[in-house]
Design a protein around this ligand. Structure first.
Ligand code: AMP
Ligand code: MG
Length: 329
């Protein structure tokens, strides 16, 4: 398949591609594009055919529904029934990394995996917002990675993984957060966090008054996607939670491995490492996490070791992704 590269790293040319984007989406084509969380692979959310192609391109199991992206409340209203009581809180969070599960109104049942609910998000990434606006329809878009593989947060990874496998790749501003959106269920008195993400529980609580994590993780998956192995490099990644143990382990073992660690820890090691950035601000780590996993995947190292982080604030979401990607030792 021939893939068109649409380069928005040069801002001035954005409007010139409006018609191209509209026509690709109209004929059921797929576009890989950056959002403020991670890159997505999107198509017309009203079209069964386009949504089927998304599942196929990713190798995603058909029972794991897609998030539908919108660029306005008017568009959101065509996709879902937005409960009036959540609108004031929603206005504090949208556009932004918040996905809300609501009753489906118009999204393809292929996108919703046959559920009567639909997951909706209004992304803040300026390229994503413009792309959806140009498409003129809601855009169903899961993260642009092969199912079970790490999400993509850099233009170069989007090109190397999707060239020849999608109709177009939009190169633009790389994700500000680097970690997926927070998914909430709003059917009860307060939001329940079904998937932790770029907005922390405190962010959600301050907009909605109160929020809780889904408490049934152990018994059943909170959201269909949670039951699948996710985000993992294709080679073994081992988690050693405790920093000191991590340093001792990687300093004493031999073999073709690489540590994946914060610069603070990396500086104390006498070997090359893949950087998770400066962890005095954990948002730096969120931004580097998937890039680091993809870097490891593309390297000649046969295994990697990663350390743990405190599980509060954005650290909770970071550790959720690390735990899914690794085997703890
Ligand atoms: P991804 O598209 O890879 O970022 O994953 C989207 C996440 O949203 C997955 O965990 C899905 O299971 C979840 N999701 C999407 N639609 C729904 C829905 N209608 N109900 C519950 N979870 C959903
Ligand atoms: Mg994903």
């Amino acid at each position: 398949m021939e893939t068109i590269l649409i380069d928005w790293r040069n801002r001035k040319e954005r409007d010139a591609d409006a018609e191209l984007i509209r026509s690709i989406v109209e004929r059921g084509g797929l576009i890989v594009f950056p959002t403020e969380t991670v890159f997505g692979i999107g198509g017309n959310a009203f079209s069964d055919e386009a949504c089927r192609r998304i599942f196929k391109a990713k190798g995603r199991p058909p029972d794991n529904p897609l998030i539908v992206h919108v660029s306005s409340y008017e568009m959101a209203g065509k996709v879902a029934e937005i409960p009036a009581r959540i609108i004031p809180a929603l206005k504090k969070m949208w556009p932004g990394p918040l996905t809300v599960i609501m009753r489906n109104r118009g999204a393809s049942t292929v996108a919703t995996a046959g559920l009567d609910t639909v997951a909706v998000r209004m992304p803040a990434g300026p390229d994503a917002a413009a792309m959806i606006e140009f498409a003129g329809v809601p855009v169903a878009a899961p993260s642009a990675n092969m199912a079970t593989r790490p999400s993509i947060t850099r233009n170069e990874d989007a090109v190397s993984q999707f060239m020849g496998r999608t109709d177009a790749i939009l190169l633009g501003e790389e994700p500000e957060y680097g970690i997926e959106s927070t998914v909430i269920d709003v059917s009860g008195d307060f939001p329940v966090i079904m998937r932790p993400g770029a907005y922390t529980i405190d962010d959600i609580s301050s907009a909605f008054g109160h929020a809780e994590y889904f408490s049934g993780y152990m018994e059943k998956p909170s959201t269909p996607g949670m039951k699948y192995r996710h985000y993992s490099p294709s080679k073994p990644l081992y988690l050693i939670r405790d920093e000191e143990r991590f340093i001792n382990m990687v300093s004493s073992i031999t073999g073709n491995f690489v540590p994946i660690c914060s610069d603070r820890i990396g500086r104390s090691l006498e070997m090359d490492y893949i950087s998770l950035g400066n962890d005095s601000d954990m948002y730096n780590v969120a931004k580097r996490l998937f890039a680091a996993m993809n870097e490891f995947d593309n390297s000649s190292y046969s295994e990697a070791y990663i350390h743990g982080f405190p599980e509060n604030g954005i650290g909770y979401s970071i550790m959720n992704r690390i735990k899914k990607a690794s085997v703890e030792i």
